[in-house]
Design a protein around this ligand. Structure first.
Ligand SMILES: [Zn+2]
Length: 143
């Protein structure tokens, strides 16, 4: 079964490969990640300008409807060009960013709230840490 998820991620590609690998382990080979980016998206969502955030929200909702998305990932990573802070601060920014995205009240095509999942990839790119939210299984995600 084909499935899409949405990543609100950094334009910096450092974390992408490990995240894609992790995604495949959890959602299988037929999971396609749509991606909206900024430089340092966790920081932009946590503190950025309202217009930029509103544009992201609108594009997110469009992708969620269009691809019947249930899972929305907010991704932060270490050694980030766009948000140059220490790891623990990054983790805080991811959590704050998730609160902002929760506040958008994004809805699945079936009218349910989306799952917002905060993830962090450390500087050494060894693992994907889930900071908040829960993964809906592929079956649940089908809505
Ligand atoms: Zn980055």
């Amino acid at each position: 079964m084909e499935q899409y998820v949405l990543r609100l991620a950094c334009a910096d590609g450092k974390a992408a490969k490990i995240f894609f690998r992790w995604l495949e382990q959890h959602f299988g080979p037929n999971c396609y990640p749509d991606t909206l980016t900024n430089l340092g998206t966790d920081g932009v969502l946590a503190f950025g300008d309202l217009e930029v955030k509103a544009r992201m929200r609108d594009r997110a909702q469009q992708l969620i409807f269009g691809h019947e998305i249930t899972n929305v990932f907010v991704e932060g990573h270490g050694d980030c060009l766009g948000n140059q802070v220490e790891s623990d601060t990054h983790r805080q920014h991811v959590l704050q960013a998730c609160n902002v995205v929760e506040g958008w009240k994004l809805k699945t095509k079936a009218g349910r709230p989306v799952n917002v999942i905060g993830v962090y990839v450390s500087k050494r790119r060894e693992a994907v840490e889930v900071l908040c939210g829960h993964l809906a299984s592929a079956a649940t995600a089908a809505d």
